[in-house]
Design a protein around this ligand. Structure first.
Ligand code: SF4
Length: 173
Protein backbone atom coordinates (compact mmCIF):
# COMPACT_ATOMS: atom_id res chain seq x y z
CA UNK A 1 0.00 0.00 0.00
CA UNK A 2 1.07 3.53 -0.69
CA UNK A 3 0.02 6.57 1.27
CA UNK A 4 -0.21 10.21 0.27
CA UNK A 5 0.52 11.81 3.64
CA UNK A 6 0.33 11.57 7.40
CA UNK A 7 -0.67 14.52 9.56
CA UNK A 8 0.36 14.40 13.18
CA UNK A 9 -1.49 16.41 15.85
CA UNK A 10 -4.22 16.97 13.26
CA UNK A 11 -7.28 18.81 14.59
CA UNK A 12 -9.33 18.83 11.37
CA UNK A 13 -10.20 15.19 10.78
CA UNK A 14 -12.05 14.11 13.87
CA UNK A 15 -12.24 14.85 17.55
CA UNK A 16 -9.27 16.37 19.37
CA UNK A 17 -5.68 15.92 18.32
CA UNK A 18 -5.33 12.93 16.02
CA UNK A 19 -2.94 11.18 13.66
CA UNK A 20 -4.43 11.21 10.15
CA UNK A 21 -3.27 8.71 7.53
CA UNK A 22 -4.23 9.42 3.92
CA UNK A 23 -3.86 6.21 1.92
CA UNK A 24 -3.38 6.23 -1.86
CA UNK A 25 -5.70 4.56 -4.33
CA UNK A 26 -9.40 4.52 -5.01
CA UNK A 27 -11.26 2.13 -7.34
CA UNK A 28 -14.55 3.98 -7.34
CA UNK A 29 -15.72 4.00 -10.96
CA UNK A 30 -16.94 6.49 -11.87
CA UNK A 31 -15.16 8.52 -9.20
CA UNK A 32 -17.15 10.92 -7.04
CA UNK A 33 -17.90 14.04 -9.02
CA UNK A 34 -15.83 16.78 -7.42
CA UNK A 35 -13.49 14.23 -5.80
CA UNK A 36 -11.45 16.24 -3.34
CA UNK A 37 -8.25 14.21 -3.81
CA UNK A 38 -7.95 13.20 -7.50
CA UNK A 39 -4.17 12.70 -7.29
CA UNK A 40 -4.52 10.29 -4.39
CA UNK A 41 -6.81 8.04 -6.45
CA UNK A 42 -3.72 6.48 -8.01
CA UNK A 43 -2.52 3.41 -6.12
CA UNK A 44 1.09 4.36 -6.93
CA UNK A 45 0.74 7.89 -5.62
CA UNK A 46 2.80 8.98 -2.62
CA UNK A 47 5.14 6.78 -0.62
CA UNK A 48 5.19 3.09 0.23
CA UNK A 49 3.74 2.30 3.65
CA UNK A 50 6.46 0.45 5.54
CA UNK A 51 7.14 -0.94 9.00
CA UNK A 52 8.70 2.46 9.83
CA UNK A 53 5.49 4.18 8.78
CA UNK A 54 3.53 1.95 11.11
CA UNK A 55 5.96 2.58 13.97
CA UNK A 56 5.71 6.36 13.48
CA UNK A 57 1.91 6.10 13.72
CA UNK A 58 2.07 3.91 16.83
CA UNK A 59 4.63 6.26 18.40
CA UNK A 60 2.36 9.25 17.78
CA UNK A 61 -0.46 7.50 19.62
CA UNK A 62 1.67 7.19 22.74
CA UNK A 63 1.08 10.88 23.39
CA UNK A 64 -1.66 11.11 25.95
CA UNK A 65 -3.37 14.08 24.28
CA UNK A 66 -3.68 12.30 20.93
CA UNK A 67 -7.19 10.85 20.81
CA UNK A 68 -6.70 8.36 18.00
CA UNK A 69 -6.15 7.58 14.35
CA UNK A 70 -8.16 8.85 11.36
CA UNK A 71 -7.83 6.89 8.10
CA UNK A 72 -8.73 8.71 4.92
CA UNK A 73 -7.91 8.46 1.24
CA UNK A 74 -7.95 7.81 -1.55
CA UNK A 75 -10.22 5.03 -0.42
CA UNK A 76 -9.18 3.00 2.63
CA UNK A 77 -11.67 0.24 1.79
CA UNK A 78 -9.94 -0.35 -1.55
CA UNK A 79 -6.65 -0.79 0.30
CA UNK A 80 -7.34 -3.86 2.39
CA UNK A 81 -5.84 -6.45 0.03
CA UNK A 82 -2.33 -6.56 1.51
CA UNK A 83 -3.56 -6.66 5.09
CA UNK A 84 -1.45 -3.77 6.40
CA UNK A 85 -4.40 -1.58 7.40
CA UNK A 86 -6.06 -4.45 9.23
CA UNK A 87 -2.77 -5.19 10.96
CA UNK A 88 -2.49 -1.51 11.97
CA UNK A 89 -5.96 -1.21 13.48
CA UNK A 90 -5.61 -4.53 15.30
CA UNK A 91 -2.32 -3.40 16.82
CA UNK A 92 -3.86 -0.10 17.90
CA UNK A 93 -6.76 -1.96 19.54
CA UNK A 94 -4.29 -4.07 21.49
CA UNK A 95 -1.79 -1.37 22.45
CA UNK A 96 -4.09 1.64 22.81
CA UNK A 97 -7.59 0.37 23.61
CA UNK A 98 -8.64 3.81 24.82
CA UNK A 99 -7.89 5.54 21.49
CA UNK A 100 -10.50 5.89 18.76
CA UNK A 101 -10.20 4.84 15.12
CA UNK A 102 -12.13 6.85 12.55
CA UNK A 103 -12.38 5.97 8.88
CA UNK A 104 -13.68 7.75 5.77
CA UNK A 105 -15.11 5.82 2.83
CA UNK A 106 -16.80 6.69 -0.43
CA UNK A 107 -18.85 3.50 -0.11
CA UNK A 108 -21.90 3.21 2.10
CA UNK A 109 -21.96 1.18 5.30
CA UNK A 110 -24.54 -1.14 3.71
CA UNK A 111 -22.24 -1.76 0.73
CA UNK A 112 -19.19 -2.31 2.90
CA UNK A 113 -20.62 -4.89 5.27
CA UNK A 114 -21.47 -7.20 2.34
CA UNK A 115 -17.75 -7.81 1.85
CA UNK A 116 -16.16 -10.08 4.51
CA UNK A 117 -12.74 -8.38 4.38
CA UNK A 118 -14.21 -4.90 4.70
CA UNK A 119 -16.53 -6.09 7.46
CA UNK A 120 -13.60 -7.56 9.37
CA UNK A 121 -11.77 -4.23 9.10
CA UNK A 122 -14.86 -2.26 10.14
CA UNK A 123 -15.12 -4.26 13.35
CA UNK A 124 -12.03 -2.39 14.55
CA UNK A 125 -13.33 1.06 13.55
CA UNK A 126 -15.26 3.31 15.96
CA UNK A 127 -16.60 5.86 13.52
CA UNK A 128 -17.21 5.57 9.78
CA UNK A 129 -17.84 8.59 7.62
CA UNK A 130 -19.58 6.88 4.72
CA UNK A 131 -20.87 7.45 1.23
CA UNK A 132 -19.97 9.10 -2.02
CA UNK A 133 -19.07 12.75 -2.01
CA UNK A 134 -21.83 14.54 -3.96
CA UNK A 135 -20.79 18.01 -4.90
CA UNK A 136 -24.34 19.33 -5.26
CA UNK A 137 -24.96 18.32 -1.63
CA UNK A 138 -21.76 19.90 -0.33
CA UNK A 139 -22.16 21.27 3.19
CA UNK A 140 -19.15 22.90 4.76
CA UNK A 141 -21.16 23.82 7.86
CA UNK A 142 -21.83 20.25 8.98
CA UNK A 143 -19.46 18.38 11.25
CA UNK A 144 -16.52 16.99 9.18
CA UNK A 145 -18.04 18.89 6.20
CA UNK A 146 -18.34 16.74 3.00
CA UNK A 147 -21.82 16.37 1.53
CA UNK A 148 -25.17 16.03 3.28
CA UNK A 149 -25.69 12.40 2.23
CA UNK A 150 -22.58 11.29 4.11
CA UNK A 151 -23.24 9.91 7.56
CA UNK A 152 -21.15 9.71 10.72
CA UNK A 153 -21.78 6.17 11.88
CA UNK A 154 -21.06 4.46 15.20
CA UNK A 155 -19.84 1.20 13.71
CA UNK A 156 -19.95 -1.34 16.52
CA UNK A 157 -23.37 -0.19 17.73
CA UNK A 158 -24.72 -0.25 14.16
CA UNK A 159 -23.42 -3.78 13.67
CA UNK A 160 -24.86 -4.86 17.01
CA UNK A 161 -28.32 -3.37 16.37
CA UNK A 162 -28.31 -4.19 12.65
CA UNK A 163 -29.33 -0.64 11.80
CA UNK A 164 -27.55 2.68 11.33
CA UNK A 165 -26.70 4.40 14.62
CA UNK A 166 -25.15 7.81 14.20
CA UNK A 167 -21.98 8.61 16.10
CA UNK A 168 -23.39 11.98 17.26
CA UNK A 169 -25.70 10.04 19.57
CA UNK A 170 -22.74 9.06 21.70
CA UNK A 171 -20.65 10.92 24.19
CA UNK A 172 -17.48 11.76 22.33
CA UNK A 173 -14.20 11.82 24.22
S1 SF4 B 1 -14.04 7.91 -2.65
FE1 SF4 B 1 -12.69 9.66 -2.20
S2 SF4 B 1 -10.90 9.36 -3.52
FE2 SF4 B 1 -12.51 8.03 -4.31
S3 SF4 B 1 -13.51 9.25 -5.91
FE3 SF4 B 1 -14.68 9.60 -4.03
S4 SF4 B 1 -13.77 11.44 -3.07
FE4 SF4 B 1 -12.33 10.67 -4.64
Amino acid sequence: MNYASIFFDDTVNGIGFRTSLFVSGCSKNPPCKGCWSPLARGFDYGMPYTEDTKESILDSLKKQYVKGLSILGGEPMDNLGDGVLLDLVKEIRTKFPQKTIFCWSGYTFEELIKDPIRLEFLKHVDMLRDGEYIESLKDIAQYLSGSKNQRIIAVSESLKQNKIILYNNFIII
